[in-house]
Design a protein around this ligand. Structure first.
Ligand code: SAM
Length: 287
């Protein structure tokens, strides 16, 4: 069942309009209709958006709304909306607000009771995740990695035990340093996907254990260019990671008198745990 209702809206509306992340064919029919019919378009960079609009022969006037003026300009736009204007918000590429301006405008609109209508469309994080082969049932988008090594390592420490897929935006001139920092914290075996130049001519999606991915990126300068998304497989927790301290202490005492297999079975019975998890813990941690 579809509902083709787009415009005109009965009430002043702010439309959130995604634009392509590379391939111009990825703009939706509805996005083109909205951009053609609103009173004005609030754009991150009016020159950049001007090129997109002229490609699609759209004449709507634009208004700059970027990180540096957003808080102040949002107020002006909310007033225009309250006076009856309809406005579309776009960023340079992809979905506005996703590592892009728009948050202040949307929150001020909602605060003022202005209707906000989101259009679905291109977004690098979702595009990358959909083809990554990493678990997609639960994931966290972490935005851009911090620019300095210390900040990045803190971030990797924060996600080291997170079991969801974690996704980052990264700039090409920091990719090799960032992967090295990731290696220091998450280790060479963590599965990582580098999704580069999505929807463009040199689109590349490579999935490898981190140690091998670093070798692959370092051996080919092309893999250090363009726009990129990094996706990190979540921590795979084993049952042995979640054993209660008390059970581990008990196992340590019993194992002094009995073989590990027997000690693990007895401890499992006392604490109602799986004997295999205790046995594995013993193999990994006891002499
Ligand atoms: N709002 C955008 C979105 O919906 O994805 C993101 C804007 S953010 C300023 C730009 C970053 O998104 C790039 O540095 C890169 O990490 C990622 N990105 C954007 N386009 C991409 C593409 N075609 N391929 C890979 N990553 C892309």
């Amino acid at each position: 069942m579809t509902d083709n209702k787009t415009l005109p809206a009965e009430v002043p509306t702010l439309y959130i309009v995604p634009t392509p992340i590379g391939n111009l064919g990825d703009i939706t029919q509805r996005a083109l209709e909205v951009l053609s019919n609103v009173d004005m378009i609030a754009a991150e960079d009016t020159r950049h958006t001007g090129k997109l609009l002229s490609h699609f022969n759209i004449q709507t006037k634009t208004f700059a709304l970027h990180d540096h003026n957003e808080q102040q300009k949002a107020q002006v736009l909310v007033e225009k909306l309250l006076q009856g204007a309809s406005i579309a918000l776009v960023s340079d590429a992809g979905t506005p607000l996703i590592s892009d301006p728009g948050y202040h405008l949307v929150s001020q609109c909602r605060h003022a009771g202005v209707k906000v209508v989101p259009l679905p469309g291109a977004c690098a994080v979702i595009t990358a995740l959909s083809a990554s082969g990493l678990p997609s049932d639960s994931f966290s988008f972490e935005g851009f990695l911090p620019p300095k090594s210390k900040g990045r390592k803190d971030k990797f420490l924060e996600i080291a035990k997170v079991e969801r897929t974690c996704i980052f935006y990264e700039s090409p001139h920091r990719i090799t340093d960032s992967l090295q920092d990731m290696l220091d914290i998450l280790g060479a075996d963590r599965q990582v996907v580098l999704a580069r130049e999505l929807t463009k001519t040199f689109e590349t999606i490579q999935s490898l254990p981190l140690g091998e991915l670093i070798e692959w990126v370092n051996s080919d300068d092309n893999q250090q260019r363009g726009e990129m998304v990094l996706l990190v497989h979540g921590h795979r927790s084993s049952e042995a990671d979640t054993l209660p301290d008390e059970a581990i202490r008990t196992l340590g005492i019993i194992v002094k008198e009995l073989p590990l297999k027997k000690a693990a079975a007895l401890t499992a019975e006392i604490y109602n745990l799986k004997k295999n998890a205790l046995y594995k813990w013993g193999l990994d941690n006891l002499d």
